[in-house]
Design a protein around this ligand. Structure first.
Ligand code: ZN
Length: 461
């Protein structure tokens, strides 16, 4: 059965996707359909009684997340400097989602969304001391229960097992900043050259397949302190940040090359992305975790998978879509209620469904010490509402046409009030829906070493 026929049959059963809020409802229906039996990790054949799926057949699932990597800091996204020469070659064999966003402007909520397929207001993990509650079901837990070996290598303390991110991992290697082999003043995380030996060793001798691997690297997170050989672009903060991206490019490409050489790449889905971007005063501030402008919420997202037709996609996908997508690639039924705010992106990744059903995205930031802000994009337009942020903005909203104004400099709110209020109403409806099923996060008191580590990353004073 050809891909188009397969998709058509699937689409007829599930109903057509519609734009805007209707998508939320249909995604819930699609989640129910995921309860049908599909072969799991131990039964790999996709043709024996499996319902049609657009997902490519893959045994292993690999996510490489580069902390703080803004979308336009990639050659394949038009960076002016040669930041990612090696990945620029690699993306030719993958799918680049050009309009991918993170559901949150800082690390922990974004990673919890990635692992659960829920938006931040629903999983509830938003503030600096929030811990992902045990009642949350994570992708690693679902995969582990179906026989997957699960391993994580994590360098950012904010995304460590201390905050509930270890759920479902057989092995969770957090690189303790105090033990970095080549310490650099101020830098409170292991840099990518320091973790490379362990990640490479894993890739050379992985567990018996199938496995789920999550690698979370932290350069180019502040402080920007690349080694001398990567101070290629100057010494101002942006140039040093760019140098760390260039360093990351080399190591991530070397991991992809290891996967290719061992043949694992042909049997795996590999996702390369970021948890959020970084501001360099485009809107008056710097760092991240305070606003939801494009420089903070638009992220690189590249996917490699067997049989995936390489190219670029304009679908507005979110990190929230990763868990349902990866589960579908593993041919594991989605447990009831799991990841039901995400959408499997395979129909658009595989090129068997139109991308116009993926015309909206939603992000928020509720980090009271640093900023509270919401963003909703529909088609070319985006509304941003800032409750407060660290630059002193308060109770202010904007309308931008990001297709023509990608850096959000021209506020159209006064000129197009109808459009502004339309999008604002949709954004509020989404937020209300997310809040209506909010879970209560657990909390961890930030004191002693925990406080020092969070302070070292700029997350607390
Ligand atoms: Zn981060």
């Amino acid at each position: 059965m050809g891909r188009k026929t397969t998709w058509s049959a699937w689409q007829r059963r599930r109903g057509r996707r519609l734009g805007g809020l209707s998508v939320l409802v249909l995604v819930l229906l699609a989640g129910c359909a995921g309860g049908e039996h599909r072969p799991g990790a131990g039964e790999r054949s996709r043709d024996e009684g499996a319902p049609p799926t657009a997902a490519p057949p893959a045994r292993n699932l690999i996510v490489i997340l580069v902390d703080t990597w803004r979308f336009d800091a990639a050659g394949f996204a038009g960076a002016k400097r040669a930041l990612t020469p090696e990945l620029d070659r690699w993306v030719r064999s993958g799918v680049v989602f050009e309009q991918a966003t993170t559901p949150s402007g800082w690390t922990r909520p974004a990673v919890v969304s990635l692992m659960t397929g829920l938006y931040p207001a629903t999983h509830g993990v938003q503030d600096k001391d929030h811990v992902a509650p045990g009642e949350l079901t994570t992708l690693a837990e679902v995969l582990s229960a179906r026989g997957y070996r699960t391993a994580a290598f994590v360098t950012n303390y904010a995304a460590s097992a201390d905050f509930g991110l270890g759920q479902g991992f057989d092995s969770f290697r957090f690189f303790e900043p105090e033990k970095a082999p080549r310490p650099v003043p101020k830098r409170k995380y292991w840099s990518i050259p320091e973790i490379d030996p362990e990640v490479s060793a894993f890739l050379e001798a992985p567990p018996a397949e199938p496995f789920f691997l999550y690698v979370h690297t932290t350069d180019p997170h502040w402080p920007y302190v690349p080694p001398p050989e990567y101070r290629l672009f100057g010494t101002d903060p942006r140039a040093l940040y760019d140098g760390e991206v260039r360093m990351t490019d080399r190591f991530v490409a070397s991991w992809l090359e290891r996967l290719r050489r061992s043949g694992l790449l042909e049997r795996s889905v590999v996702v390369l992305t970021a948890d959020h971007g970084e501001e360099f005063f485009e809107h008056g501030g710097n760092g991240h975790g305070t606003t939801v402008f494009e420089e903070c919420i638009r992220v690189p997202l590249v996917v490699w998978a067997p049989g995936l037709p390489a190219g670029r996609r304009t679908a507005q996908v979110s990190l929230t879509d990763l868990a349902p997508s990866l589960l579908e690639a593993a041919r594991i039924p989605r447990p009831a209620g799991f990841a039901d705010q995400g959408r499997s992106f395979w129909p658009v990744a595989m090129g068997v469904a139109p991308e116009d059903g993926w015309s909206w995205s939603y992000s928020e930031l509720v980090y009271p010490d640093k900023g509270v802000a919401f963003a909703y994009r529909e088609g070319p337009d985006k509304v941003v509402r800032i409750v407060h942020d660290k630059t002193g903005r308060k109770d202010i909203s904007y309308l931008f046409r990001v297709s023509e104004d990608p850096f959000e400099q021209d506020d159209l709110k006064a000129r197009e009030p109808g459009r502004f209020h339309e999008l604002l109403a949709r954004m509020d409806a989404i937020r209300r829906e997310h809040v209506s099923r909010a879970l209560e996060p657990e909390r961890r008191e930030l004191e002693g070493r925990a406080r020092e580590r969070m302070k070292g990353l700029g997350y607390v004073q």
